[in-house]
Design a protein around this ligand. Structure first.
Ligand code: PEP
Length: 212
């Protein structure tokens, strides 16, 4: 199994022109999944695309995107449960569980994000977040919240403890995310992660290409 790189562009870049420019510079690889804002999907013609989020179904749900819509655009991957969704958009484990189910029903490949806040006990948080996902998700991304966008990546040995727990609980691929860059990403692969989820550094093309 080859290592994966999942790029989470979040709500970036600011314009379609910039997105187009960025897409153009990314070399195609099956294992490199780009998750841009949904408005930019149509610009990513030569990359493997993933969604940063998804709702449960089509219908009267203003502003949302459904699993069937993603499928109809041939978008196979979907990130669910990102900590920014949990924090800013108040997504609960219950809702995330429903979303995972809805996406699996459409045969989408779910990349489920889990991770603890500073001061929380990693084992307890992960067990709770994973309790309803024993099987079926394509990958679980361990993203300690305190490491996301802070430049303070988790110590690989410490992250390895989360990796073992997630593997034991789900049996799925495990990615590491949280301030990954071209200098530290190999440290996570060395301790056994199956790839990385990259936020900020995926928008810096030279940095991103080095990881690819
Ligand atoms: C993320 O968006 O999931 C993430 C890990 O961001 P960053 O790489 O910027 O910490």
């Amino acid at each position: 199994m080859k290592n994966l790189i999942v790029a989470n562009w979040k709500c970036n870049p600011k314009t379609a022109k910039e997105a187009e420019r960025l897409f153009r510079k990314i070399p195609f690889k099956k294992e490199v999944i780009i998750c841009p804002p949904a408005l930019y999907f149509h610009l990513g013609k030569k990359v493997v695309l993933g969604s940063q989020n998804c709702f449960l179904e089509s219908g009267a749900y203003t502003g949302e995107v459904s699993p069937k819509m993603l499928k109809s655009l041939k978008i196979k991957y979907v990130i669910l449960g990102h900590s920014e969704r949990r924090t800013y958009f108040k997504e609960t484990d219950e809702l995330i569980k429903e979303k995972v189910k809805a996406c699996l029903n459409e045969k989408l490949k779910v990349i489920l994000c889990v991770g603890e806040k500073k001061g929380e006990k990693m084992i307890n948080v992960l067990k709770k977040q994973l309790s309803s996902f024993k099987k079926g998700v394509f990958a679980v991304a361990y993203e300690p919240i305190w490491a996301i966008g802070t430049g303070q990546a988790c110590d690989p040995e410490k992250a390895e403890k989360a990796l073992s727990l997630i593997k034991k609980e789900t049996g799925s691929r495990v990615l590491y995310g949280g301030s990954v860059n071209s200098k530290n990403f190999k440290d996570y692969l060395k301790v056994g992660f199956d790839g990385v989820l990259v936020g900020g550094a995926s928008l810096k093309i030279e940095e991103f290409k080095k990881m690819i």
